[in-house]
Structure formats: C-alpha cells, structure tokens
Design a protein. Structure first.
Length: 280
C-alpha cells in the first residue's frame, strides 16, 4: 500500500512479538519493521504481577506504542497487549484476548483490532509435591511453553521465570520447597515463552490488516470498520425478530461517513432454534 510503503515502523515489544507481526506487515504494507531492544515494555505492567497494569489494555497499548515511536523518532508504530482470565461466556474455559493498535501520526490514523481465543494454556496452581508439579508442567506444554515459579500467587519478591526444561523446573521446585514448604507454578505468558499466545497475536495481526485494508468509500482512508450492530434478523418460521444481527454499520473516523450493510452473515432469516417465540 503506497500510504505505508518503505516507511519505518517500530514494533513496541521486548518479548519477540516481531517474529509473527513483522512478516505480515512487511508483506502486506511494504513497511520496514524494527524494534528497540532498549525499550522496556514491562514498565507498564507484567503478567507475573511484579508491576500492575495501571490502565486499560487499549490505553496501555497506545501508551506503549507512542512512547516507542517518540524514543525512536518514528511516526509509524504498532503495539499489542494481552489479557488472560476466564472466558466471558464459556464457563470453566480460560481465554486470551489480544489487542493490537496501529498508529500513523503522519496520516492521523489509529486502528485497533482484537481477538478473543480459548487457544491458551493460561493456568496456575499451588503445589507441594513434585508429582503435582510435573502433572501441571505436562498440561501446560513444557518444554515448548515456559513456566514460572514463585512463593505464592500474589507474592512476587522471589520468582524464577522462563523455565523451559524439566531439570530447571525440578531445581527451582527444590529451592522453593526447602525455603517455603510449597510453590506456586504458573504458565509464563510472555510471548517468546508461549507459542499458543504467539498464534493468537498472529491472528490479531491478520485481523488488523483486514481493517487497514478496509477503505472509506468517501475519503479512501484506511480503517473503515464496523462500529454498530443492529439485531432483529427475522425467524425463518414465524417471522419474529431474533437477537441475531440483521445489519452492521461501518464508520470512518476521518470524515465521519457511515454506511449500513444488511445481512453481514449472508443470512436473511434465522433458524427457529434461536427464536425466543418458537424456542422459548
């Protein structure tokens, strides 16, 4: 895309996210990606709890991106922020939500993409035996995925990160058991120690590219995206409105042009099983 071709773009990361982000951006946008190895994104929060994230994921990613751009005299940047916990609708399932922000100060653009995925090994457990520890390690996909050991879930003063071998795990376990009588083991959610997370970041990058490649019909600005959903797709049996989407509204941040598009899921009616009248 000529708007971005051959421009320098900084990826604000210290956890090797450029491995999945850079190839997509360089191929699709023609940018020249780079990182600043001195830029410490952990100052804005760590997954392991030493530094609490003070702002929302979006504001944290924006702050991260703008700071990296400022320090490197670059007007084009991208940053990501992950959040982990229980899935909002699937009970007993963990989820990884990855947010990416793309900022172009030259053209006054800010484009955001999110992906919510259950493809995560996010977990943690207080253990007192080596068997418990090894069972957890197997379920967490060690050695391809890293682990963290610490005194307890909430105490972070004594911690070993980036464990990727059984031998290191056992040595760490013996240290904590001898000192504290138990140990909290958790998945290391930093991207370079978590291939599952890297896959979700890659998916979010592709979704971001879809948004960047969506142009406003009026002013041709990238980032013409869905900003509203209208429910009411009629039931195929009785015709009553359902909670399914009948239309979406696309909007441009640059010129405020908006456009409604009917039947975004290529359906003009909904299955009666989703109708509150036919299937109360």
């Amino acid at each position: 895309m000529d708007l971005f071709k051959n421009r320098r773009l900084i990826i604000a990361t210290k956890h090797k996210k450029e491995a999945v982000i850079a190839p997509i951006l360089e191929d699709k946008l023609g940018v020249k990606c780079f990182i600043d190895p001195e830029f410490d994104t952990d100052e804005l929060g760590t997954f392991s709890g030493e530094i609490e994230r003070q702002n929302s994921p979006l504001n944290t990613a924006r702050q991260k991106c703008l700071k990296a751009m400022e320090l490197n005299n670059c007007d084009l940047g991208i940053a990501s922020e992950g959040s982990f916990g229980q899935h909002p609708t699937l009970f007993f399932a963990s989820a990884d939500e990855e947010l990416l922000i793309f900022i172009d100060q030259k053209n006054n653009l800010e484009i955001v993409a999110k992906v919510l995925s259950t493809n995560t090994n996010f977990n943690g457990k207080q253990v007192v035996s080596e068997n418990e520890l090894l069972e957890f390690a197997e379920s967490a996909k060690l050695p391809s995925h890293g682990l963290i050991l610490k005194k307890s879930k909430s105490e972070t003063s004594d911690m070993i990160k980036g464990i990727t071998t059984i031998d290191d795990l056992k040595r760490g376990f013996q240290y904590f058991i001898s000192k504290y009588k138990s140990v909290f083991v958790e998945t290391d959610m930093r991207a370079m120690y978590n291939p599952k997370r890297m896959k979700v970041i890659e998916k979010a990058t592709n979704r971001l590219m879809e948004k960047i490649n969506s142009f406003c019909p009026k002013c041709k600005t990238p980032g013409f995206e869905i900003t509203d959903y209208t429910k009411g797709l009629p039931c195929d049996l009785c015709g009553s409105p359902t909670n399914s989407t009948v239309s979406v509204t696309y909007s441009c941040k640059q010129c405020d042009f908006s456009e409604e598009k009917l039947h975004p899921n290529n359906k003009q009616t909904e299955d009666p099983m989703y109708c509150n009248f036919c299937n109360p």
